[in-house]
Design a protein around this ligand. Structure first.
Ligand code: NOJ
Length: 529
């Protein structure tokens, strides 16, 4: 493809480093382990890796509590290992995106230690201190304010109390944080994923949030004053100018409490390149799975992103959500996982593929005493936390699934003797083989990458859409039903042609002019004028 732009036209693969590959046998994934698996990632056909946080961290929130932004946690390796990863990835044409956690730090970060040391500390105003807590709640439960007995004030934390929120209104904080970006840009990092970027600024007067109905304390408020403040826009302009002073750098924001409209407001030529709108992963823990809901969500995002001229992103799974394969299927059948994969890779937007999604990894289930994730500990059994989707990558059927030589930090899913990279690589009918074929079809088919999206009228239970450029269109059809289905295309739109890919080898839909779908089948077909 000419004018290929990696972050727009490529596939970005999320590596949750501590669960991907353990190089030194301590039960935690690390950078040398990741380097040893780069050939696998290259064969899969991905274009970039987003690494979940690799910085020194006491792990109150598993890396999202950063104690030093400009270093690598010794458990993951060294800065030298990181440079080697960068060089080895670049040699294979793979870009590296780092996770930047800039809304808060660890309470063990030297900035916070100094800030909390006394009220007169030079860094007191690097965090948000108050004599009186307002009504804000922490996303992981309880008040967002923690009393500091030594200095008699409260500090703000939107997540755990070990993650104090920094005060982006301080010019020194702003300069120090931008220096962190510069540090990694100078090392050659290609882009950044910004953790909860839209919460950086809080209302200057710390006004109470209005109340609303909801399940947890955090959901019972309109988040009017603790996020989405106008001061974010000038900051994004400064950040973008910094990124643009290097060639082809990228930023993607994790929009907190995302909607398509909110997401696009932060993107543009002088703001973020892209941001997550999480269209298929609702935050209320209900994940509907039917063609009309999905078609509705696609239409909503298409109209908003198109009107704003912003390039969308597609996410089906990540380290905060139950994995898509398990959300939509019971047992080990992968038909629904194939459909989710086809959506991820055939919609308009940059696909973010979560490690293990390509082999349909399922969440592990843990007993209460095994739960590590803070919100899981707090809300169990109503909400069991996020450990389930963070289990070790299943490489093969050897002990610990080839992830490590020793017992890993979280248990391996017991299905690993049947579900692994090794077993699926050898099987042309596997989800891994389907994913590889989809990625390579996408790469070879500009209509699937850059083409417009247009819904197609389909029988009940079928989702169908066209991705098209004027010269070439393709039809993507998915049968959510357990009976066969067929689809006709209005001749004014075009003629259905050759099958380019089917989730069921030996698919019937070979006949030009018609699209025939088996139960739970996904077909991608050419459309001729
Ligand atoms: C969003 C991250 O994705 C999540 O894992 C983390 O717990 C919170 N931000 C706090 O950093």
């Amino acid at each position: 493809m000419n004018d290929f732009l990696w972050w727009r036209d490529g596939v970005i693969y999320q590596v949750y480093v501590r669960s991907f590959a353990d190089g030194n046998g301590d039960g935690l994934g690390d950078l040398p382990g990741l380097i040893s698996r780069l050939d696998y990632l290259s064969d899969l056909g991905i274009d970039a890796l987003w690494l979940s946080p690799i910085y020194p961290s006491p792990d109150a929130d598993f890396g999202y509590d950063v104690a030093d932004h400009a270093a690598v946690d010794p458990r993951y390796g060294t800065l030298g290992d990181f440079d080697r990863l960068l060089a080895e990835a670049h040699r294979r044409g793979i870009r590296i995106v780092l996770d930047m956690v800039m809304n808060h730090t660890s309470d063990q970060h030297p900035w916070f230690r100094e800030s909390r040391s006394n009220r007169g500390s030079a860094r007191r105003d690097w965090y948000i201190w108050s004599d009186r807590p307002n009504n804000w709640k922490a996303a992981f439960g309880g008040s967002a304010w923690e009393h500091d007995a030594a200095t008699g004030q409260y500090y703000l934390h939107l997540f755990t109390r070990q993650q104090p929120d920094v005060n982006w209104r301080s010019p020194e904080v702003r300069a120090a944080q931008l220096d962190v970006f510069r540090f990694w840009l100078e090392r050659g990092v290609d882009g950044f994923r910004l953790d909860v970027y839209n919460a950086y600024f809080k209302d200057a007067g710390l006004r109470d949030n209005p109340r609303k109905a909801g399940l947890r304390g955090f959901d019972r408020q309109h988040h009017l004053h603790d996020m989405d403040q106008p001061e974010m826009m000038p900051l994004l302009r400064d950040l973008r100018a910094l990124l643009d002073s290097y060639p082809e750098r990228y930023s993607v924001g994790e929009t907190y409490l995302a909607t398509p409209a909110k997401t696009v407001s932060y993107c543009g030529p002088d703001k973020l390149h892209a941001a997550f709108s999480f269209d298929f992963t609702r935050s209320d823990l209900v994940y509907p799975w039917n063609p009309s809901w999905i078609a509705h969500r696609i239409a909503a995002r298409e109209s908003v992103f198109n009107a704003a001229g912003v390039w969308p992103t597609t996410v089906m799974s990540n380290h905060d959500l139950p994995r898509a394969a398990g959300r939509y299927s019971r047992g080990e059948d992968d038909a629904a996982a194939r459909m989710a994969m086809a959506l991820l890779l055939a919609l308009r937007g940059t696909p973010f593929l979560y490690y293990g999604e390509e082999i349909g990894m399922r969440d592990i289930s843990l007993r209460r005493r095994e739960i590590l994730d803070p919100p899981g500990k707090k809300y169990w059994p109503v909400y069991k936390g996020r450990d389930g989707c963070r289990s070790p990558m299943q490489w093969d059927d050897s002990e610990h699934a080839g992830f490590s030589r020793t017992a890993p930090w979280l248990p391996v899913h017991p299905d690993f003797p049947r579900r692994s990279v090794a077993s699926q690589a050898a099987d042309p009918g596997s989800l891994l083989s389907f994913t590889r074929s989809l990625i390579s079809l996408r790469r070879a088919t500009p209509a699937l990458v850059k083409g417009d999206y247009a819904p197609v009228a389909a029988p009940r239970g079928v989702l169908a859409f066209l991705r098209g450029l004027p010269q070439r269109k393709v039809l993507v059809a998915m049968n959510f039903g357990r009976r066969e289905a067929a689809l006709d295309l209005d001749p004014a739109v075009g003629m259905i042609g050759r099958v380019l890919l089917s989730s069921q080898p030996g698919s019937k839909g070979m006949e030009a002019g018609r699209c025939e779908l088996g139960p739970l089948e996904v077909v991608i077909q050419e459309v001729t004028a």
